[in-house]
Design a protein around this ligand. Structure first.
Ligand SMILES: [Ca+2]
Ligand SMILES: [Ca+2]
Length: 166
């Protein structure tokens, strides 16, 4: 009987140790990659839900408004004479072309906790027979309000809805 066969093996060979190290390395890399992607998904979810919240504030603020400027000033599409901030806007088209940065809540209060976000609002008259096509200002009984939420220069959410004249 050869002497080597009687020898009791102890520990790993160098090759086995190297393979084990490579496998551990690959596992750690996979864990880190999965964690990074989970974190990115979480961050994306947070931006999306914040965007939805900020859009809803504008929707709730604009929904009760009429199409027509209630005061005795010439009705312009956009803010009317003497209307300089959100507290002055009293008809729907006053919000056309307005950006709230920092954003505002339904009552027009500034949301300083979300100061990296902006609400960009557009109001357009649309063709009643084809909501996808805009018509001249005031030239329809339906308007589309669009709100885009921008965070640090990047759009993180947007939506639009239609309102018919009351
Ligand atoms: Ca107005
Ligand atoms: Ca107006």
């Amino acid at each position: 009987m050869k002497r080597s066969e009687n020898k009791i093996r102890s520990g790993f060979t160098l090759i086995e140790a190297l393979i084990a190290m490579v496998l551990i390395g690959v596992s750690i890399a996979a864990l880190i990659a999965s964690n990074v992607s989970h974190t990115q998904a979480n961050a994306h979810g947070m931006y999306t839900s914040t965007a939805e919240f900020l859009i809803e504030e504008i929707r709730a603020m604009t929904m009760p408004l009429d199409f027509v400027e209630p005061d005795e000033v010439p009705d312009t599409f956009g803010p009317d004479d003497g209307e300089v901030d959100v507290g002055d806007y009293d008809d729907l088209d006053d919000f056309d072309g307005i950006t709230f940065s920092p954003p505002v809540d339904v009552s027009g209060n500034t949301l300083n906790d979300f100061s990296e976000y902006s609400q960009v609002v557009t109001v357009e008259s649309v063709n009643p027979a084809d909501f996808t096509s805009a018509v001249d200002d005031f030239d329809s009984s339906i308007v589309r309000v669009s709100v885009s939420i921008v965070m640090n220069g990047k759009q993180v959410g947007s939506t639009s809805w239609l309102i018919t004249e009351k």
